[in-house]
Design a binder for this molecule. Structure first.
Ligand code: ZN
Length: 246
């Protein structure tokens, strides 16, 4: 089975469409790691595509906030403004779909998908020591996570933790062959709002037979996405950061 793993699309239609065009023919099923909405200007499009095409999807913190499941006190000003705006434009069926999303982790075959950390859906998994601490708690050897918007992840080996880097800036894909004696925490990166310094949309595929994770980056029409954010009246910061990949 070949899975397309998408995370943090964040209502960015242009990035999602470019991702799907690039990923054409590379997958049998789609899995989604949450944060379908928030920040971007096309929440209904991203919800409807995900609803129709993703086999399984876990909820992200923005999905919860935009569906009214969480109060917004932990959000910064721009995130809060975008959640309020998103609530105002989402159709009722799309709000209901977001409300019904599962809390991760969800087990798929012999791996799992989740939004933040295997132990807490809202926690950020950024540092080597944070990954190392999970070693005793992982019930499956492979976990796909999102939330940080940083492509790559961690290989947990008995000799230590190895950081898996994002796709280098001058190429558009990189491979990670899974080894039998390690646990893996894999972040496909963010489709709609990358924060690892590379503004290209990020995603990954996982081939279960080959035990191969392939990371991708794809250029998309950032100017068009920025224009939509501005004309929706969303905070300027949300447009600007797309150009920076931050
Ligand atoms: Zn996110």
């Amino acid at each position: 089975m070949r899975y397309l793993i998408l995370s943090d699309s964040h209502a960015n239609r242009e990035a999602l469409e470019a991702t799907l065009a690039r990923a054409q023919g590379l997958w049998d099923e789609v899995l989604c790691l949450g944060d379908v909405v928030g920040y971007g200007a096309d929440p209904n499009f991203c919800v409807e595509w995900t609803q129709e095409n993703a086999k399984r999807c876990v909820r992200g913190n923005h999905d919860k906030a935009c569906a009214g499941l969480d109060d917004l006190e932990w959000f910064n000003a721009a995130a809060k403004a975008s959640a309020v705006w998103t609530q105002s434009v989402l159709s009722e069926p799309n709000i209901q779909w977001l409300r019904g999303l599962a809390k991760g982790p969800l087990i798929i075959e012999n791996f799992q998908i989740l939004h933040g950390s295997p132990l807490d859906e809202d926690e950020y998994l950024l540092q080597m020591h944070e990954a190392r601490q999970l070693l005793g708690y992982l019930e499956v050897p492979l976990s796909f996570f999102g939330h940080t918007h940083v492509q790559g992840g961690f290989q947990l080996h008995r000799n230590g933790v190895i950081r898996i880097p994002p796709v280098p800036r001058d190429v558009e894909r990189s491979e990670c062959h899974l080894e039998n004696d390690s646990f893996y925490l894999i972040n496909p990166g963010s489709v709609g709002q990358p924060r690892d310094g590379d503004p290209r949309a990020a995603f990954a595929t996982y081939d279960t037979q080959e035990r191969l994770v392939t990371y991708y980056r794809v250029a998309y029409d950032i100017t068009a996405a920025q224009k939509r954010i501005r004309s929706a009246g969303l905070p300027e910061l949300l447009a600007r950061r797309l150009g920076l990949g931050q």
